[in-house]
Design a protein around this ligand. Structure first.
Ligand SMILES: NC(=O)c1ccc[n+]([C@@H]2O[C@H](COP(=O)([O-])OP(=O)(O)OC[C@H]3O[C@@H](n4cnc5c(N)ncnc54)[C@H](O)[C@@H]3O)[C@@H](O)[C@H]2O)c1
Length: 651
């Protein structure tokens, strides 16, 4: 067992090349101090240059504010002195892909870094265990396999070597989530999870070219369509380097055989030193054979790696969607073609009597849909009925808790005239949340990031809510033409009173964890490193039987009074007296932009619900779901998400 730090401060990267510089950039962007080491000043400067260039591009594309560049740049300290790694909490090695070199680097790291520092390798083709075998403390070595471009691509494979300490793995995993990465676990096996099937996608394409099944551009075109991806295998190899494809297939082929191994044509192409030719015309008649062969190859590899325990079905699919940007993962594709692989969007783990149920749709910010709801229900009931389980924690994977209900499901329901299905899902979810509420075992919501709409409602059904300092919570519903239908108009009141419940629901104000604590919406704040312990501590308080609204601090009392003493119409039309209070002015303006029907219903449900038992309030809420989803404003609002603010007509 290694003694580990509670909180990471200084991170480090060795090797300031294409991967290392991007990894350092991402770490700095997320607020960490980073030491970036390379062999000499020139290489260090080159790495800094890559970071500068990438940041500039991000500003040009409007995805980063120009004033952020300087602070990110300042947080990365480039150096050619290994001794500067002395204070690093985590070091990621990203030097050339050469086993002896990597082992040498790890030996040097072991000599310099603190004994509690975590040492990670970004190797693509060696085993973590082989690299770790060079040092005396292999228990603190693991793999963190990032994908190009590591500041943009969110996937990271977290790899345990045979001797990696479980706590090292857990802490490194949590750090990835803190960095905004989407981690998946991989066994220490050649190609890990993603390259194992990705390399087959590439090799099968080359084999088809070799066998003259079709030309490269035809294969690319069909691959793009079949996998819903932006680049076909040949174009992608041209961009990322044909020799890298040879290198990857050689090592994975050595481990697993001919399906993965490089065809002769690939060797020839590398010898030629030229990119693949994408000339000629597309032959659509090759569609069937090309797409079948690509899929069969990928499916075979995906099934094999799951059978061998290298990765799970879910991780294969997340890896494909997030790392390779395929529209669907291999197992989702197989299921659409008639297979029935059980895909677990919710997972559960019990430790020391505490069951942690985690929604595992990180790339959809853990949005609630029918499948998630059903799976969560099964796992929750199992934990609730298990006599050895003393408490339950609800969590989300990745960077968010739960970003709400699945909007696409709503839009589809409205567009196909099947609002009944939306009502049904709402009813099911309400019943599940009621079961959480009624559970005789205490339940904690562990909100380590974004919680919106249905996500807040899920948390509110728990006995306790603990959030990380960077968590944000809010009800965006009235801004998209609907109202919170999973108890948001009922349980919020029971925590913060009618005034603040209206403030939250009618303005859609997104609040910080600190504000949520001050209003009584949540119970505790804990850092990302301490939130699991904090959740367990809260469980010790047992289930909460009767909830009374907290008394808000004086600064929130004014807001509560304003929303209690003015009706929604007066606020909506800007006629309420704010006494010049800036926050009230801001709140009034926010309400003016929301959908009028949704506002009226929400306000009424909050007022009426406060006077009746929770069950009755929930029934009232549910009874208006069909009505609100049948309005034109609901469709306008839902379709506006990610676009400009909608204009509501009040119908
Ligand atoms: N390029 C990719 O798409 C990709 C994806 C995932 C993982 N990887 C892995 O990441 C690692 C780095 O790949 P890259 O593409 O960034 O390579 P790169 O050639 O761009 O960068 C490697 C850097 O390491 C530096 N270096 C070499 N020896 C060093 C030493 N002893 N100390 C400090 N620095 C040293 C080099 O000067 C160079 O700047 C490799 O292990 C590779 O397999 C690459």
């Amino acid at each position: 067992m290694v003694e580990l730090l509670k909180t990471f401060r200084t991170l480090a990267v060795v090797g300031a090349g294409n991967m290392g510089s991007g990894i350092a950039q991402k770490m700095a962007t997320e607020g960490f101090d980073v030491v970036l080491v390379d062999v000499d000043d020139e290489k260090v400067a080159r790495g800094a240059g890559i970071i500068e260039q990438t940041l500039k591009e991000a500003v040009e594309r409007g995805i980063m504010r120009p004033d952020k560049i300087a602070s990110i740049r300042d947080r990365v300290r480039g150096t050619s002195r290994f001794e500067d790694l002395r204070d690093a909490d985590v070091v990621v090695e990203a030097v050339f892909e050469d086993l002896a070199l990597k082992q040498d680097v790890f030996r040097r790291l072991e000599g310099i870094c603190r004994p509690d520092a975590i040492l990670a390798t970004n190797t693509s083709s060696y085993l973590v265990t082989d690299i770790a075998s060079a040092v005396k403390t292999p228990q603190r070595v693991l793999g963190l396999h990032y994908f190009f471009h590591p500041a943009k691509n969110r996937l990271v494979e977290v790899v345990s070597g045979t001797q990696t300490d479980a706590d090292v793995f857990r802490r490194a995993w949590a750090l990835q989530e803190q960095l905004g990465k989407i981690p998946i676990a991989s066994a220490d096996a050649s190609g890990f999870v993603v390259n194992r099937f990705f390399v087959v996608w590439l090799m099968e394409a080359i084999r088809m070219l070799e066998e003259r099944v079709a030309n490269a551009i035809t294969i690319d075109e069909i691959a793009k369509r079949t996998f819903g991806v932006g680049m076909g295998p040949f174009e992608l190899m041209n961009v990322s380097g044909v020799p890298i494809a040879l290198h990857a297939s050689t090592s994975i082929g050595n481990a697993y055989g001919p399906l993965y191994a490089p065809p002769e044509l690939l060797r020839k192409q590398v010898e030629l030193g030229a990119p693949w030719s994408l000339g000629g015309t597309i032959h659509p008649e090759a569609q069937q054979v090309v797409s079948e062969r690509l899929m069969n190859g990928v499916f075979t590899a995906a099934k094999a790696l799951v059978d061998e325990g290298v990765g799970t079905i879910e991780d294969v699919d997340i890896g494909a969607r997030v790392g390779l940007r395929w529209r669907l993962g291999p197992f989702e594709m197989m299921n659409r073609r008639g297979a029935s692989y059980p895909i677990q969007l919710v997972k559960s783990r019990t430790e020391h009597g505490v069951a942690t149920i985690t929604i595992n749709r990180p790339d959809a910010m853990n949005a609630l849909d029918e499948t998630v709801a059903d799976q969560m229900d099964v796992l929750f009931k199992r934990a609730a009925d298990d006599p050895t389980t003393t408490g339950i924690v609800l969590a989300g994977s990745g960077r968010s808790f739960v970003a709400g209900a699945d909007i696409r499901f709503f839009i589809k329901g409205i567009e196909t005239g099947d609002v009944g299905r939306i009502e049904q899902l709402t009813a099911n979810l309400q019943a599940q949340l009621r079961a959480i509420d009624d559970s005789r075992k205490p339940v904690v919501a562990r909100v380590h990031g974004l919680a919106l709409g249905g996500g807040v409602e899920l948390a509110l059904a728990c006995d306790y809510i603990v959030a990380t300092p960077n968590a944000t919570l809010g009800f965006p519903e009235t801004g998209i033409g609907i109202f919170p239908g999973l108890g948001g108009t009922q349980r919020t009141t029971r925590r913060v009173g009618t005034g603040l419940a209206k403030w939250l629901v009618l303005t859609g104000q997104i609040i910080t964890a600190e504000e949520a604590l001050a209003t009584g919406l949540i119970d505790a704040i804990a850092s990302r490193d301490e939130i699991d312990d904090a959740a367990v501590k809260l469980l010790a308080g047992g289930p909460v039987k009767e909830r009374r609204p907290a008394t808000p601090s004086a600064s929130y009392q004014a807001i509560a009074d304003f929303f209690n003493s003015n009706d929604v119409e007066t606020i909506r039309t800007g006629r309420a007296n704010t006494g010049g209070d800036e926050r009230l002015e801001k709140a009034m303006k926010a309400v003016a932009h929301k959908a009028p029907l949704a506002l009226r219903l929400a306000a009424r449900l909050i007022d009426d619900g406060a006077k009746v038992p929770l069950d009755e309030g929930l029934r009232m809420e549910l009874s208006h779901v069909r009505e609100i989803f049948s309005t034109r404003d609901a469709l306008t609002g839902l379709l506006s998400i990610g676009k400009n603010r909608p204009t509501f007509e009040g119908a």
